[in-house]
Design a binder for this molecule. Structure first.
Ligand code: GAL
Length: 668
C-alpha cells in the first residue's frame, strides 16, 4: 500500500471537473474546497476530448492552470488518465475499436466507455495519452496519485477479442486437448480441432457452453488488467514516487476479479453506490468496505467515490437524512478506508449526469449538502489517529469471483441461484449481531479465524479443498451452504456425490439436488422452512441438527454438523466443527443456525439491536471503537475512553441518539 504523495492523514474531496466550467468558477471551487477542508480531488477523469481535441494535438494549458490553482491552495491532485471515454474523432477513425455485443451489434459513440479494450488502436491511443500526461505532469507539485481510467467494466465480443481470447487460452491450456477436456466439448459436437475455431461466447442457438463462458470471464478480467498495466507502467516510469490506482466498481455488471487485480494497484480504491435508501444502504456499504479490505490484503484502502446526500432507490435519487452522509462515510472508515471521497465536487450543469448529486449542488454552497460536507471536513482530521490497519475479525466469509460467474450461467438446476445474494446474506447475519467479518480466499491460511462461512462457493480447486481441510482438522469451525465445492475450477462436476470437494470434511453425501420452484417452501421440523433449494443428504459421519418435515425429504437431515476430535488451533476451539446447510433457510432459522455456529466457535456477538454497527480496531496497546447507530432508537454501547467525534470522556458506555456516531479511543 502506498499513500498519495504529500498527503498526511485522511483523504477528503471528490471528482473535480474544471473542463465543465468557466475559469472564474474554478477559483470559487478552490475557495470552497478550502472552506470544506478538502485535501484531494480527482481531476480529468473524462477529459480526453478536452486534452486531445485532434489526434496528437494536446491542449494542456487549461489543466496546467487548474492544477496550479489546486497547488496554490494546498490541495492535492489524483490525476486521471481519461481513457474511459475516447473522443469522437477516435471512434470515427477506428470503427474497429468500437465494442461489439454478444449479439454482434457494434455500438456507436454517444455515451462513455464505448471502446474495445482489446482493439490495438484503442490500446495504442490510451498509451499515448497516458504517456503525454505522465510527461507533462511528472514534475507538477500538485500531483499526488495517478487515477488510471475509470471503473474498468466494459465488455466486447469482436474479432480482436476473439484473437486475444485464443492467445489467453493457449497460455492456460497449452494445447487443444486440454481445452477440449476442460470445456467438455464431447457434449453437443463441440470438439475443437483448430484454434481458429474457438470464439468468445457470442449469441448462439441455445445454451452456450458454460465452461467456455466461465473462461471468457476470467480472460476478460485479465485482458482489462493488461490494459491497466500498460498505462500503469508508463506512469510509474515517469513518476516512481507517485502511487497508481484505479477506482473499482462493484456489481453484477463488473467483469473483473478485483482480488486478482488488487496486487497491481499501489492503493486499492473503490466506488460505493448502494442500491436502496433504507438500512440496506448501510449494510451494503459495510459489505463492500469489508470486501475492499480483503482486496487490499488487509491493508488500508480508499473510498474514492460515493454520492453526496442521495441514495439510488429503484429509479429515484432519494435524499439522505441530515448526518447520514457522514455516517455512511464512517461505515467505510471503520473498515479500513483512509478517507471519504465523493462523486462529485460540483453538480454538472449539463450532460447525462446533470442531476447526479454534488458536494456543491446546483443551488450552490448555501445548501444542506455543502453544510454537511463542511462538517465532515471538520470531523475527518480528528479520526486520522485511528490506526490504518488493525481491523481484527474472528470470522471470515469465502469470496470467489469465478464461483460468482459460474453461478450466473443459464444451465444450472435452478435459475435463481445467486452467489452474491448468498454472500451478502451471510455478511448481513453477522452485521446484525455486530460481528466484524473479513472476506477470505479459501486457498489461503485460515487458521487465524474461529469460524469461516462458505456460501455458494460452487467451484473449488484442489488447493481450496486442501486448505479448508487443514483449517478444520486444525480445529477451525466451518459453515458451508449448498452447492459449494460441487465443481472443479473449470466447472466440471466433482463426481462421487455432492458437495464434492467438501464432502468428507462435512461428513455428508448428497445424492440428489431437489431445487424448488418459485414460491414453494419445504417445512422444517422445528417450525422454519427452506425455499429455493433442498437436497437428499445422507449422513456419513455428521450428526443432523435440523430436519426436513414435509414432502419427499420428510425426516431427512436439512442442517448437519460434523465434529473433529483431537485438533485444536490454540484458540480454545477443541476440535474442528463443520456445519452443512442444504437449503435456503427462512430468516429466523438462518439467524439461529449462524448464531449457533458463532457460539460453538466462541465468537462473542455485540448484544445490540440489529442496525447498530460496531467495529473495533486495535493496534499498539490502543483500541478505537466505531459505534454507528443506524436505527431509529437511542442505544447504549459499552465503551471506555474518549469519543473522538464529540470529544467527550466515556466512562462506561456511550449513548447514541438515532443516527448518531461515536469513535471511542480506549486502551488495548
Ligand atoms: C461512478 C462513475 C462516475 C459517475 C458516478 C455516478 O460509477 O465512476 O463517473 O458516473 O458513478 O453515476
Amino acid at each position: 500500500m502506498r499513500w498519495p504523495k504529500g498527503l498526511a492523514g485522511l483523504c477528503f474531496g471528490g471528482d473535480w471537473n474544471p473542463e465543465q466550467w468557466p475559469e472564474p468558477v474554478w477559483r470559487q471551487d478552490v475557495a470552497l474546497m478550502r472552506q470544506a477542508g478538502v485535501n484531494l480531488v480527482s481531476v480529468g477523469v473524462f477529459a480526453w476530448s478536452w486534452l486531445e481535441p485532434e489526434p496528437g494535438r494536446y491542449t494542456f494549458g487549461w489543466l496546467d492552470r487548474a492544477l496550479d490553482l489546486l497547488h496554490e491552495a494546498g490541495i492535492r491532485a489524483n490525476l486521471a488518465t481519461p481513457t474511459a471515454s475516447p473522443p469522437p474523432w477516435f471512434s470515427l477513425a477506428h470503427p474497429d475499436a468500437l465494442p461489439v455485443t454478444a449479439s454482434g451489434v457494434r455500438l456507436s459513440h454517444g455515451s462513455r466507455d464505448t471502446y474495445c479494450a482489446a482493439a490495438p488502436a484503442y490500446r495504442a491511443a490510451a498509451r499515448r495519452i497516458a504517456a503525454a500526461l505522465a510527461h507533462r505532469y511528472a514534475g507538477h507539485p500538485a500531483l499526488a496519485m495517478w487515477h488510471v481510467h475509470n471503473e474498468y467494466g466494459t465488455r466486447c465480443h469482436c474479432d480482436h477479442v476473439a484473437a486475444a481470447f485464443r492467445h489467453w487460452l493457449r497460455g492456460r491450456y497449452r494445447n487443444l486437448a486440454g481445452l477440449n477436456a476442460a470445456w467438455g466439448t464431447a457434449f453437443w459436437s463441440q470438439h475443437y480441432s483448430g484454434w481458429e475455431q474457438v470464439l468468445p461466447p457470442r449469441a448462439t442457438q441455445y445454451r452456450p457452453n458454460p465452461h467456455q463462458a466461465l473462461d471468457f470471464r476470467r480472460f476478460w478480467s485479465d485482458q482489462l488488467l493488461v490494459a491497466f498495466r500498460e498505462q500503469a507502467r508508463l506512469l510509474r516510469e515517469a513518476t516512481p514516487d507517485v502511487p497508481v490506482t484505479t477506482n473499482f466498481a462493484f456489481g453484477d455488471w463488473v467483469p473483473i476479479d478485483h482480488r486478482r487485480w488488487a496486487g497491481e494497484l499501489d492503493l486499492v480504491a473503490v466506488d460505493s453506490y448502494p442500491a436502496g435508501s433504507g438500512i440496506e444502504a448501510e449494510q451494503q456499504a459495510a459489505f463492500l468496505a469489508d470486501l475492499a479490505r480483503h482486496w487490499a490484503g488487509g491493508r488500508p484502502w480508499l473510498l474514492l467515490e460515493q454520492a453526496p446526500g442521495t441514495l439510488a432507490d429503484r429509479g429515484a435519487q432519494v435524499a439522505t437524512a441530515p448526518g447520514r452522509m457522514a455516517r455512511l462515510t464512517l461505515t467505510h472508515l471503520a473498515r479500513g478506508s483512509r478517507g471519504g471521497m465523493f462523486f462529485q465536487w460540483r453538480a454538472s450543469a449539463a450532460g447525462a449526469e446533470q442531476f447526479h448529486a454534488g458536494l456543491v449542488p446546483h443551488a450552490g454552497p448555501d445548501s444542506r449538502i455543502f453544510a454537511e460536507a463542511r462538517e465532515l471536513g471538520r470531523l475527518l482530521p480528528r479520526l486520522a489517529e485511528v490506526d490504518p490497519g488493525g481491523v481484527a475479525a474472528e470470522v471470515a466469509i469465502g469470496w470467489d469471483a469465478p464461483s460468482w460467474w459460474a453461478l450466473q450461467q443459464p444451465h444450472l438446476p435452478s435459475d435463481r441461484l445467486d452467489f452474491l445474494a448468498g454472500v451478502r446474506r451471510a455478511h448481513r447475519a453477522l452485521w446484525e449481531v455486530q460481528v466484524t467479518a473479513d472476506f477470505a480466499d479459501l486457498a489461503a491460511d485460515l487458521s487465524g479465524y474461529r469460524l469461516v462461512l462458505v456460501p455458494g462457493h460452487y467451484l473449488a480447486t484442489d488447493r481450496v479443498a486442501g486448505a479448508v481441510r487443514r483449517y478444520v482438522t486444525g480445529g477451525g469451525h466451518l459453515l458451508v451452504w449448498y452447492l459449494s465445492g460441487v465443481a472443479d475450477e473449470s466447472g466440471r462436476i466433482r463426481l462421487g456425490g455432492y458437495p464434492g470437494a467438501f464432502r468428507e470434511l462435512l461428513g455428508v453425501l448428497v445424492t440428489e439436488f431437489q431445487p424448488l420452484p418459485p414460491e414453494a417452501t419445504v417445512p422444517l421440523r422445528d417450525g422454519g422452512h427452506g425455499r429455493l433449494w433442498s437436497e437428499q443428504v445422507r449422513l456419513a459421519g455428521a450428526e443432523p441438527v435440523r430436519w426436513y418435515a414435509g414432502g419427499g425429504l420428510a425426516g431427512q437431515p436439512a442442517v448437519t454438523r460434523h465434529r473433529y476430535r483431537g485438533g485444536g488451533n490454540g484458540r480454545g476451539n477443541g476440535g474442528g466443527l463443520a456445519w452443512y446447510v442444504s437449503t435456503e433457510l427462512d430468516r429466523d432459522t438462518y439467524r439461529a443456525v449462524v448464531g449457533a455456529a458463532l457460539a460453538a466457535a466462541g465468537v462473542a456477538t455485540g448484544g445490540l439491536p440489529p442496525g447498530v454497527d460496531l467495529v473495533r480496531r486495535r493496534a499498539g496497546g490502543q483500541s478505537w471503537t466505531f459505534a454507528l447507530n443506524h436505527t431509529g432508537d437511542p442505544v447504549r454501547v459499552p465503551a471506555r475512553g474518549v469519543d473522538l467525534v464529540s470529544g467527550a470522556r466515556i466512562d462506561e458506555a456511550v449513548r447514541l441518539a438515532p443516527g448518531a456516531v461515536a469513535v471511542v479511543r480506549g486502551a488495548g
